[in-house]
Design a protein around this ligand. Sequence first.
Ligand SMILES: Cc1cc2nc3c(=O)[nH]c(=O)nc-3n(C[C@H](O)[C@H](O)[C@H](O)COP(=O)(O)O)c2cc1C
Length: 166
Amino acid sequence: MKKILIIYYSKTKKTETVAKTLADELSAKTMEIEDLKDRYGILSNIGSIIDAIRENKTTIEPETIDLTGYDLLYIGSPTWAGKPAPAIITLIDNLKLKGKDVILFATMGHQGGSNVINRMAEKIKARGGRIINSFTIKTGGKQFNEIKEDTLKVMAEKDLKIYSMG
Ligand SMILES: Cc1cc2nc3c(=O)[nH]c(=O)nc-3n(C[C@H](O)[C@H](O)[C@H](O)COP(=O)(O)O)c2cc1C
């Protein structure tokens, strides 16, 4: 079995639900990236949208991850104004991705997830990573158990378990 790490940022636990479902199914480890900038206060949504559109860096914890020994990475982000969350933009630039296989996922209320995937893919390829698959999950109006079911459905459709074998 391959050693898999699932890296994600999640403000309201939806991307986390996808990440944890993947981890359970693939016997993989998860690593949550925290954004140390206040994303919860009044007006913080406007700041978050501006940061996402401009791809402003933020302060994250952990700042980077040692990827030695991992054969496959999943990287997941929510959609913010049609862009990856700033925490994920910041993290990608700190990772040593040369020769790494990466599967991308994005959650979105209703739209913009494919743009998130494309932007993450561009940045990861520029750092020497190889995108081998990707998917988006719509979370608008859904309960956590529905997000989990949708993740299982996408995993089956895309045959994602194939990538965890030998
Ligand atoms: C600042 C901000 C901007 C957002 N922009 C979009 C958007 O452009 N399109 C969309 O479909 N959903 C948008 N959303 C909704 C989230 O992408 C969606 O709820 C996502 O699943 C949240 O994931 P999380 O719980 O892991 O944070 C936005 C949410 C926030 C907080």
